[in-house]
Design a binder for this molecule. Structure first.
Ligand code: ADE
Ligand code: ZN
Length: 324
């Protein structure tokens, strides 16, 4: 089974580029940028990756990314992730970045976008890995801050395929961003949002009906809402589920609780992704593998999950054919 998973062409649709920052890169970028870290070395930093919930992870995630300052830093980060994709036979990626978390440190939008884009372009040329870039708003910040970010992105509009919504879900409902998402839609962005990770199924309904997103990031809370399950299945609205993330952030207590088999049986377009692999203990193959072992997925199930990724991605039909 590990070979079957490793050899399978895969698509990744839920990946925060800042969540691929491995401790080794944190330390080398800190050195290059003259930043002093509060951890003695890489293993001390890695030892801090024990989380109780989403917020305890976000605290360390925002801390870690403070070493990202220059265009070259964003290039190196993205290139390192894409090298892993190449090694794991991931053929297409749709990646998030969190501009507000860097603007706070006076890093220019241009510097983030050009650094990430240069790596994406090189991976396309060198390895044939295709990609989309998604600008994600931080939902713990205000609507006004999201609007400022959308405005700052305007000169770089052509680099982005869509906008997303991430960070602390509790008490930050999708409806807080209804006007920003409407404005983004008018500018031609495609729309996705994290919903139903720690938050209730109600937030998934809001993401669909108020924000008008076409894909839900996580969405595991849908399992408790039969009418929502029926809607997701009927409209083939994709869920980008992240097994190791859900386990590490205690959304589930054991991998066997993840309702992937139920989603598949119900006809939901569920996909497998890595979210923040540097923090959660594994990239794409590790996510498929951990899930397979926990719920005894068959090769046919794994193939279905990978094909759901192709169905859910933003390539055109001809490009999708190449992936299958
Ligand atoms: N930002 C990075 N990873 C995230 C996650 N799993 N949920 C919400 N926001 C995030
Ligand atoms: Zn995420």
């Amino acid at each position: 089974m590990p070979d079957f998973i490793a050899d399978l062409p895969k698509v990744e649709l839920h990946l925060h580029i800042e969540g691929t920052l491995e401790p080794e890169l944190v330390f080398s970028l800190a050195k290059r940028n003259g930043i002093t870290l509060n951890y003695l070395d890489e293993s001390a930093l890695r030892a801090a990756y024990e989380f109780d919930d989403l917020q305890s992870f976000l605290n360390i995630y925002y801390l870690g990314m403070q070493v990202l300052l220059t265009e070259q830093d964003f290039y190196d980060l993205t290139w390192s992730y894409l090298s892993r994709c190449h090694a794991e036979n991931v053929r297409h990626v749709e990646i998030f970045f969190d501009p507000q978390a860097h603007l706070e440190r006076k890093v220019a939008m241009k510097c983030m976008v050009l650094g990430i884009h240069r790596a994406l372009e090189q991976a396309q040329k060198q390895w044939g890995i295709s990609s989309c870039l998604i600008l994600s708003f931080l939902r713990h910040l205000s609507e006004a801050s999201a609007f400022d970010t959308l405005r700052l992105a305007e000169p770089f509009r052509h680099y982005f395929s869509g906008v997303g919504l991430d960070s602390a879900e509790k008490d930050n409902p999708p409806s807080k961003f209804s006007r920003v998402f409407k404005a983004a839609k008018e500018q031609g962005y495609r729309l996705v949002a994290h919903a139903g990770e720690e938050g209730p199924a109600e937030y998934i309904w809001q993401a669909l009906d108020v924000l008008n997103v076409e894909r839900i990031d996580h969405g595991v809370a849908a399992i408790n809402d039969a009418p929502l399950m029926a809607r997701l299945a009927k409209e083939r609205i994709p869920l980008t589920v992240c097994p190791l993330s859900n386990l590490k952030l205690k959304v589930i207590q054991q991998m066997s609780e993840l309702p992937i088999a139920q989603f598949l049986d119900a006809g939901v377009c569920v996909t497998i992704n890595s979210d923040d692999p540097a923090y959660f203990g594994g990239y794409m193959n590790a996510n498929y593998q951990a899930l397979q072992e926990a719920i005894n997925l068959s090769k046919a199930d794994i193939l279905r999950l990978a094909l759901n990724g192709v169905e859910a991605c933003w390539l055109d039909e001809a490009e999708k054919m190449v992936l299958t």
